[in-house]
Design a protein around this ligand. Structure first.
Ligand SMILES: [Fe+2]
Ligand SMILES: [Fe+2]
Length: 186
């Protein structure tokens, strides 16, 4: 198995778990029930930083190598680096609408729900594209030397929630996420 792909797939699994929890909290908000704002804030904070610090740079590096080895397949897939920029933009727009909700501003509820759904849906289909097309294409096109080169270039940042050492602001979030995920069979 290729180590970098294993790490990317693990990260996708973790992102999918938190996206599912986010979906449920947004559904509560939509029904005018009280979501767990603290949980939502921490998840949005995590998704606003870790993917751009560690996950997307690994994929960008892999995508550049795929472009060099099999440009046709890479082009058919669409530009993953552009998708990462769009995802970062949707994340910060969603984070901004969340901040307004927490400040109890006059922002319409519909704007928050729409921003949340656009962000979640885009993130999920992006993960799907990478799992179903990008990773298999990279597996086919890259040589063992390519993988070695990529792994040597990468400096992996520790995941602040799912890594060995949970970073302070996230506290017991990992246990909370796993408890919800197990209970809900996510
Ligand atoms: Fe990606
Ligand atoms: Fe990804």
């Amino acid at each position: 198995m290729v180590r970098v792909l294993d790490a990317l797939r693990d990260e996708h699994r973790n992102f999918s778990r938190v996206l599912e929890i986010l979906t449920r909290e947004i559904a509560l908000f939509e029904k005018a029930e009280e979501p767990d704002y603290d949980l939502v804030e921490k998840i949005v904070d995590y998704l606003s930083s870790f993917p751009d610090v560690s996950h997307h740079p690994k994929e960008d590096r892999l995508y550049q190598k795929l472009c060099a080895r099999d440009q046709k397949t890479a082009e058919l897939m669409g530009d993953l680096e552009v998708e990462h920029l769009k995802l970062a933009k949707l994340t910060s727009e969603f984070a901004a609408t969340l901040k307004n909700v927490l400040l109890d501003s006059e922002q319409p509820r519909d704007d928050f729900i729409a921003a949340a759904k656009e962000f979640i849906n885009f993130f999920r289909s992006h993960i799907m594209l990478e799992e179903l097309r990008f990773f298999p294409a990279a597996m086919r096109a890259l040589s063992p030397a390519d993988w070695k080169e990529i792994e040597a270039d990468l400096r992996d940042a520790e995941d602040p929630i799912f890594g060995e050492d949970v970073v302070a602001p996230y506290g017991d979030l990992k246990e909370q996420i796993f408890a919800i995920a197990t209970e809900s069979q996510i």
